[in-house]
Design a protein around this ligand. Structure first.
Ligand SMILES: *[C@@H]1O[C@H](CO)[C@@H](O)[C@H](O)[C@H]1NC(C)=O
Ligand SMILES: *[C@@H]1O[C@H](CO)[C@@H](O)[C@H](O)[C@H]1NC(C)=O
Ligand SMILES: *[C@@H]1O[C@H](CO)[C@@H](O)[C@H](O)[C@H]1NC(C)=O
Ligand SMILES: *[C@@H]1O[C@H](CO)[C@@H](O)[C@H](O)[C@H]1NC(C)=O
Length: 341
């Protein structure tokens, strides 16, 4: 018993040291990203001011694929003065960070001044929220979509506790979001849960967590995700249709027009992997959701391919772009010939 206590204390100490160490490495961030008068005490210190971006990895994967790396890097560039926090479940299961040589994207991200890779511990995250009773009862190995469901739950709890903006790891940031409390429409009457932001302890998210538990049904795809946000938005207020390109407001929550994050809608997701001959400006958008879950055929991004996604990488996540593999047809030199679009 005493021994177990000792062990968990020293593991806790190790984690805390790792965290402090990571902060100390980011000295340029210490002053701008942290309240300077208080010593950091774990994620709370970093997240206290509610001005951060959150990404989640609920699988044990420790090496982010290129699109994930691009999502985090582009956010770090668009919000240089804010902490960008990437919670990884794998860092909780084995708190030793992986080596640089086998995990180049992990190293690339952890070397960025305002990026923080932190362990994701679902049990302590759900403490003091309506999700806690659900989490202790659910049999995760019996749930087919557990990675998605646990991610749906974790994003609600994190943003409820700490505030900030949550983004899926297939969202490329292109300019700052000028909103504090917002949901993003993926179609006229449908909210997504791939991007949203709230001040800490916002009652909308508390309602979402209660509804998550009351209407839990893992067999309906998205029931705890976009479906939940859309249900709650209808409880919260009566929404009309979007007029032209403007956003809607509902009490103090903004419901952002599909153009802001979904200028390319999901039936058209393959357009991201087509060759484009110019860089579109997407001037009505803050970030682009790439619909990675539609990509069951595993389309990849290649350097020199001139696809829209490659153009986005080059512009918004140049370091990730530099490490991309060359296209299967070899290097493309010079201008695009006729026949490309
Ligand atoms: C790993 O990468 C970081 C950042 O690029 C660097 O500071 C560190 O020295 C590297 N560690 C090893 C063991 O190569
Ligand atoms: C959880 O689900 C798995 C797979 O369906 C099953 O084998 C296991 O017995 C269940 N565990 C409990 C505690 O019900
Ligand atoms: C937003 O509205 C909710 C519900 O009316 C309220 O509890 C919350 O304090 C409001 N937040 C702000 C920042 O006005
Ligand atoms: C956005 O781009 C479109 C087409 O390029 C242009 O017509 C429109 O005026 C631009 N809007 C803003 C706000 O710059």
């Amino acid at each position: 018993m005493l021994k177990e206590l000792q062990l968990s204390l020293s593991v806790g100490l190790l984690l805390a040291c790792g965290f402090l160490y990571q902060l100390a490495l980011k000295s340029s961030c210490l002053f701008s990203c942290l309240p300077s008068s208080t010593a950091p005490q774990g994620p709370e210190a970093l997240l206290r001011r509610g001005r951060h971006l959150v990404f989640l990895e609920t699988s044990e994967r420790m090496e982010p694929p290129p699109l994930v790396s691009c999502a985090v890097e582009s956010a770090a560039k668009v919000y240089p003065e804010k902490p960008v926090v990437f919670f990884m479940k794998g860092l909780h299961s084995s708190p030793r960070p992986p080596s640089n040589s086998t995990h180049p994207a992990f190293s690339l991200l952890s070397a960025m001044d305002n990026v923080f890779l932190l362990p994701l511990d679902l049990e302590s995250l759900f403490e003091d929220t309506p999700l806690s009773s659900w989490y202790t009862q659910v049999n995760s190995s019996a749930e087919r979509n557990w990675l998605h469901i646990s991610s749906d739950a974790a994003r609600l709890a994190i943003i409820w506790k700490y505030g900030g903006v949550y983004m899926d790891t297939d969202v490329i940031s292109i300019r700052p979001i000028p909103e504090e409390n917002f949901l993003a429409a993926q179609a006229s009457q449908d909210s997504s849960n791939g991007v949203f932001g709230f001040l800490p302890r916002h009652p909308f998210l508390w309602g979402c967590m209660e509804n998550f538990v009351e209407h839990y049904n893992a067999d309906i795809w998205g029931n705890q995700g976009p479906g939940l946000m859309t249900r709650m938005l209808r409880v919260w207020c009566k929404l009309g249709d979007f007029q032209e390109l403007s956003d809607l407001r509902c009490l103090n929550v903004s419901f952002l027009h599909p153009q802001r994050f979904y200028p390319i809608s999901y039936p058209e997701w393959r357009r991201y992997y087509e060759v484009w001959d110019t860089d579109p400006s997407f001037n009505g958008s803050y970030a682009l959701h790439l619909w990675n879950y539609m990509n069951q055929e595993g389309r990849a991004v290649f350097r020199g391919s001139h696809t829209l996604v490659e153009r986005l990488f080059r512009k918004y996540c140049p370091e990730t772009h530099r490490d991309l593999p060359q296209g299967p047809t070899g290097p493309v030199t010079g201008k695009l010939g006729p026949g490309s679009r």
